[in-house]
Design a protein around this ligand. Structure first.
Ligand code: AMP
Length: 216
């Protein structure tokens, strides 16, 4: 089963993707995480991506599409994957259709997690994450100084540069102008399922799991 998790920044895609992957034994592929890994390792791709990420803009499509094609072509995706953060534009959605066809794979469905702009700003301005495992926490709702997981060795939590308020506003603008049209693309293909992302992580996880099972 290959599915796409779709929604605005801060809708909980990363958290829900992790949960779904654990329950359904799928591979989590997040384009934002791949860019951040490259950034930490100071690769050319990471340095290029940073200039866009810091402004809340999208990394150019050709670079991103090539990166996704390369990732999806690896053998560890054979058991199914959850794609998180891609596609984020109509051309990326079209490119993904071509990539899947070339790789003789299929997207089963697109799970859209709907969250209001107000809630997005509230969540992201308090979000802190672990550099090691990328798990998100929140300054008020889920406060930790350092990552509680043993494998991360007390890694200090940090606020992503692009979670600062002015960049969050730019990311929301990018989402509404460039990413939201992708919904129509998948609605027309009859692949979209919508859930509300407004509840607790547990509530949303239950809805997400039910929705994904209905695709099978
Ligand atoms: P995320 O972790 O999904 O919020 O992504 C963080 C940042 O990475 C975004 O604001 C973009 O700058 C970049 N990014 C992630 N996915 C994509 C994509 N599909 N296309 C272009 N840029 C992306």
């Amino acid at each position: 089963m290959n599915i796409i998790l779709f929604g605005p920044p801060g809708s909980g895609k990363g958290t829900q993707a992790e949960q779904l992957c654990k329950k359904l034994n799928l591979l989590h592929i997040a384009t934002g995480d791949i860019f951040r890994e490259n950034l930490n390792q100071k690769t050319d791709l990471g340095n290029l991506a940073k200039t866009y990420m810091d402004r809340g803009e999208l990394v150019p499509g050709d670079v991103t599409n090539a990166m996704v094609r390369d990732r999806l072509d690896r053998p560890d995706t054979a058991g199914g994957f959850v794609l998180d953060g891609f596609p984020r534009t109509l051309p990326q959605a079209e490119a993904l259709t071509v990539i899947m066809k070339d790789l003789e794979r299929q997207i089963y469905g697109v799970l859209y997690i709907n969250v209001s702009d107000e809630e997005v700003v509230n969540r992201l301005s308090g979000r802190i994450i672990c550099r090691e495992c990328q798990t998100p926490f929140h300054k008020i709702y889920n406060p930790f100084e350092s990552c509680p997981f043993e494998k991360c060795n007390g890694e200090h939590l940090y606020q992503r540069d692009d979670d600062k308020p002015e960049t969050v506003r730019a990311r929301l603008e990018t989402y509404h102008t460039q990413t939201a049209p992708v919904l129509d693309y998948y609605q027309q293909a009859n692949l979209m399922i919508e859930i509300s992302g407004a509840g607790t992580v547990k509530d949303v996880s239950q809805q997400a799991l039910q929705a994904v099972k209905s695709l099978a």
